[in-house]
Design a protein around this ligand. Structure first.
Ligand code: UD1
Ligand code: MG
Length: 462
């Protein structure tokens, strides 16, 4: 219990200023919900427990965080931040409670560590994390007397003189887990501009006993609270810049940092060049010496060294070393593209493995398939994996070095043997042995001079 830490994340508010049906904490920042970023920072401290207070849109917030190691408590109607923290009372065990608003996605682990450390050193009842802001706007102001914080006043309740104060409350605090904390929360009133139970009001109570401290964090950007869509865009710009700075520091070329959209979880190897219009989202991992973009959209995909992806969409896919994807290709979940393979214009691959040096250069659909090394998939070739009235998808196997002619339809389940050739336009419904030619086509008919009488008078056709 001595030095133990629990985190309470307040994520029950509606976020009225977002003017949205979606709970505010689920709005996306760099491809992940706001509250997810807060959680990442919280988990970096290895706390005993992370308690997430949900209320508005509780089910969707729970679902969005489902795989995370957190405990949920339901606030019911969100009646204010003080009411929200009180909802977590029965779950808090540790001696120190770190409270984080679910809408402060840029908070850094360093700031949280500095706050927790100061709180433990001074044994205060509460330690605030504050910052000086040039434009303090709607943040709560930290009122000091004799240099010490005495209370927080919300912007909506502040006098003109108080509004001129530049030091703001981040909404991030450490509280000592005492009966006094919970009793104080029960005594809060709603006599204020918003008619809410303000957690901020409890600061004055501890300050009167000399029990309130503050850590002034030098980088106000870390403490940005997202309350409306402009804040969201500002947070996106800041986060994007930070991530790309890290990538560049590791030897990645970002041709135009204003036009690349990274996620905090993605990794990129050195000497990879990222061109504008590119999104590298989710837990994507890009190797060294790759070329990504212009205009590539990657979601949780793995791209190995030396691969090139341009003007294409790649979702939960694996791209082998030196492979080339695009322009205008779509790799869907479960696509595995072998080393040096080529997937070109208007080719879609889903739940399929393409071996080394497979070529599918134009206009093909390869779904639920296994394609052996060096096979060639002609333009317009399609695996027909779906049969009307049946739920399951059927598989196609194409052997190494096979040649699938243009516009062939391979009706699964079907196997094309190693080195076999399927003639252009064939509809293949039964297995083709290795090195065989399969041709399914009506014989071509030639009628000599047939066209002559059908031509317009004296014309040359056309
Ligand atoms: C709050 C602080 C303000 C501070 C600012 C920093 C109070 C009263 N004000 O204001 O001093 O400068 O954060 O960003 O605390 N929430 C709940 N249940 C509720 C109400 C809110 O869980 O009943 C959650 C929200 O989902 C949000 C967080 O608490 O994640 C903060 O609420 P918000 O309404 O954004 O407070 P601010 O007005 O930003
Ligand atoms: Mg807020």
């Amino acid at each position: 219990m001595e030095d133990s830490l629990d985190v309470v994340v307040l994520a029950a508010g509606k976020g009225t200023r977002m003017k949205s049906r979606l709970p505010k904490v689920l709005h996306l920042l760099a491809g992940q919900p706001l509250v997810y970023h807060v959680l990442r920072a919280a988990l970096s401290l290895n706390p005993g427990k992370v308690i997430v207070v949900v209320g508005y849109g509780a089910d969707s917030v729970r679902a969005a965080l489902a795989p995370q190691p957190v405990t949920f408590v339901d606030q019911g109607d969100p009646l204010g931040t003080g009411h929200a923290l009180l909802a977590a009372e029965k779950e808090v065990r540790a001696s120190t409670v770190l409270v984080l608003p679910g809408d402060a996605p840029l908070v850094s682990p360093q700031a949280l560590r500095a706050l927790v450390e100061r709180h433990r050193r001074t044994h205060a009842g509460v330690t605030l994390l504050t910052a000086e802001m040039a434009e303090p706007g709607s943040y709560g102001r930290v009122i000091r007397r004799g240099g010490r914080p005495v209370r927080i006043v919300e912007a909506a309740d502040a006098s003109p003189a108080e509004l001129r104060v530049r030091e703001v409350n981040s909404g991030i605090y450490c509280w000592t887990n005492t009966p006094e904390l919970w009793a104080g929360l029960r005594l809060l009133s709603t006599q204020n501009a918003k008619g809410e139970y303000y957690l901020t009001d409890l600061v004055a109570h501890f300050a009167q006993r000399g029990q309130a401290q503050a850590v002034v964090w030098p980088d106000p950007e870390d403490l940005l609270g997202v309350n409306d869509r402009e804040d969201l865009a500002r947070a996106e710009t800041l986060l994007r810049r930070r991530i790309l700075q890290e990538w560049m520091a590791e030897g990645v070329t970002v041709v135009d940092p204003a036009a690349v959209y990274p996620s905090a979880e993605a990794r990129v190897g050195s000497d990879t060049v990222i061109y504008p219009g590119t999104h590298i989202l989710g837990a994507s991992e890009i190797g060294e010496g790759c070329t990504i973009g212009p205009s590539a959209y990657l979601w949780s995909s793995r791209v190995l060294d030396g691969a090139k992806i341009w003007y294409s969409t790649v979702e939960e896919a694996w791209v082998g070393p030196g492979a080339q994807i695009g322009p205008y290709a779509h790799l869907r979940p479960g696509a595995r593209i072998g080393a040096q393979a080529r997937v070109g214009n208007f080719v879609e691959v889903k739940n399929a493995t393409l071996g080394e040096e497979v070529r599918a250069a134009h206009l093909a659909y390869i779904g639920d398939a296994e394609v052996g090394a060096g096979a060639n998939i002609g333009a317009g070739a399609i695996t027909c994996n779906f049969q009307p009235g049946k739920k399951e998808k059927f598989r196609t196997e194409i052997g190494a070095g096979a040649f699938i002619g243009s516009n062939a339809a391979l009706v699964a389940p079907v196997r094309i043997g190693e080195g076999a050739v399927v003639g252009a336009g064939s509809v293949i419904t039964s297995d083709v042995p290795p090195y065989a030619l399969a041709l399914e086509r009506s014989p071509q008919e030639i009628r000599l001079d047939w066209a002559k009488p059908n031509r317009p008078e004296g014309g040359h056709g056309g």
